[in-house]
Ligand binder design. Structure first.
Ligand SMILES: C[S@@+](CC[C@H](N)C(=O)[O-])C[C@H]1O[C@@H](n2cnc3c(N)ncnc32)[C@H](O)[C@@H]1O
Length: 246
């Protein structure tokens, strides 16, 4: 298990400061970058006793292993890995669960975008299988624009078992698959709900698919056979939000 990680980019760093500043070990700022967005963040970090080090673009690129750091890179203690017990704690305090299941998403950009969608839609947690899924990497955190720090990600050993556990607690599980007969817009998405999305290449695994209460499809008007998983996640979550607010 990783003990440390890098978080970079203005939104990700701002969310880190707001949710868990105690994780910050070291902070580097781009030499000569003195803009209005970074200064308040630096002041807040310094108030937590963090020493800010100035560094060249090359050093920051190397530390972030990316050039997308917007002039700010932090070395942090790795986030706690959440598991089935943590999920139960969440369920115990959540009146109407609204959850997202990602069955084997492996691309960090997709997980980051799903986290961002989930945060915006008010999803209380994302559940992923521990194996064959990407975890909370630096890239995920950057792409999530702060949502990796706000939306809990539960890594479970046996997804099919966790799904049965959710159902025992009264949560309805809607799976998504392009070939499903029922369209998303016909499905009832109010009440305790988990929406399950499949992997980039193979979609939902057989056991996951069979464990869902219903399968729905997003109607496709053109010639492509499927949407990118993060786009499909956004479509499904915001249809649920529309129904739940109505
Ligand atoms: C790129 S697609 C996977 C395509 C894969 N070849 C398959 O057979 O499912 C990744 C995931 O996005 C969701 N998705 C994409 N397009 C969809 C659609 N038109 N209807 C429902 N879900 C869709 C599903 O969760 C799917 O498993």
């Amino acid at each position: 298990m990783k003990k440390q990680d890098m978080i970079f980019g203005i939104h990700a760093f701002e969310a880190l400061l707001s949710t868990s500043p105690e994780r910050i070990i070291e902070l580097w700022l781009l030499q000569g970058r003195d803009d209005e967005r970074l200064q308040p963040l630096v002041a807040r970090a310094e108030a937590f006793g963090v020493t800010v080090q100035l560094a060249s673009r090359k050093v920051l690129d190397d530390k972030a292993q990316s050039s997308q750091h917007q002039g700010i890179v932090a070395r942090v203690k790795a986030a706690k890995v959440l598991n089935e017990a943590d999920l139960d704690e969440l369920l115990a305090i959540t009146e109407v669960p609204f959850l997202l299941i990602l069955d084997g998403v492996t691309d960090p950009h997709n997980l980051g975008a799903c986290l961002r969608n989930a945060d915006a839609a008010g999803v209380q947690g994302i559940i992923v299988p521990k194996d064959n899924s990407v975890g909370l990497t630096s890239t995920v955190s950057k792409v999530a624009c702060g949502a990796a720090e706000t939306v809990p990600l539960f890594q479970v050993t046996n997804l099919a078992r966790t799904m049965r556990h959710l159902q025992d607690k009264g949560i309805w599980i809607i799976g998504t698959a392009g070939e499903a007969d029922c369209e998303l817009y016909q499905a009832e998405l109010k009440g305790p709900l988990a929406i399950a999305m499949g992997a980039e290449d193979k979609g939902l695994r057989r056991l996951t698919r069979e464990g869902c209460d219903t399968l729905v499809s997003i109607p496709m008007a053109g010639s492509v056979s499927s949407l990118n998983v993060s786009v499909a996640t956004g479509v499904c979550l915001f249809e649920a939000v529309r129904q739940r607010l109505g």
